[in-house]
Design a protein around this ligand. Structure first.
Ligand code: GSH
Length: 221
């Protein structure tokens, strides 16, 4: 039996990040599916925020996907998912932060404001601008390699991938579009979709459309 347990929910993009990290690192783990809409009482004892993902390792719980992934990186460095160079590591963390504080909030506003045409037009513009920023300030600065940090797949790729997977649902529901200049992001996304870690964790666009439609109904009521 594995000594890593991950408490997850198949539709959760944050849990997907951590499942992808475990798979990329080739670690054995036990996957425990939690229905986040109907959480068992015992789950609240190991998840202080009541959220997935939680990893229990050596009998102790670790939560928050970005922190779990850093923990796995430090504990299991054999398959490295962060650059060696200190500056590049800092750069990787800046892009992880950009996802959490800029890219993802821009996408989340699409769900929140879908009934307000003016705000939604502004939101779509901001999503496009953030994609262009990533293309120019990150991908265009790399010497080579298809990944976010260049040649090496890192935690940055895993941090963003679940939200690019969901872009098809933004296209369908909100008419979101990738700026055509985002060619390097496109190549990245093509490469990511071939990864075993993606193929074992992704859900089809129809599933995301249904999830977001339900979420929007809940927000509206
Ligand atoms: N910042 C957290 C976010 C995790 C999160 O929001 N998980 C959602 C599912 S996608 C959840 O467990 N929601 C249950 C709840 O809030 O009650 C992380 O990165 O791990």
């Amino acid at each position: 039996m594995s000594d890593i347990k991950i408490y997850s929910f198949d539709k959760c993009p944050f849990a997907q990040r951590t499942r992808m990290a475990l798979i990329e690192k080739g670690l054995d783990f036990e996957l425990i599916e939690i229905d986040v809409y109907n959480k068992p009482d015992w789950f609240l004892e190991i998840s202080p925020y009541g959220k997935v993902p939680v990893v229990v390792h050596e009998g102790r719980a670790i939560y928050e996907s970005a922190i779990i992934n850093e923990y796995l990186e430090e504990k299991y460095p054999e398959v490295a998912l962060m650059p060696d160079d200190h500056y590049e590591r800092a750069r990787a963390r800046i892009w992880i932060d950009y996802c959490s504080n800029y890219y993802l909030p821009a996408c989340t506003r699409l769900l929140r404001d879908h009934q307000d045409d003016d705000r939604q037009q502004q939101n779509l513009k901001i999503v496009g601008e953030r994609l262009l920023y990533i293309e120019k300030e990150c991908f265009a600065q790399n010497d080579g390699g298809v990944f976010w940090m260049g040649e090496q797949l890192t935690l940055v790729d895993l941090h963003y991938a679940p939200f690019f997977e969901r872009f098809g649902a933004y296209e369908h529901l909100f008419d979101a579009k990738w700026p055509k200049e985002c060619r390097k992001i496109r190549s990245w996304w093509d490469a990511m979709q071939d990864r075993k870690s993606y193929l074992e964790t992704f859900l089809p666009t129809e599933s995301h459309i249904a999830t977001y439609s339900n979420m929007m109904q809940r927000i509206a009521s």
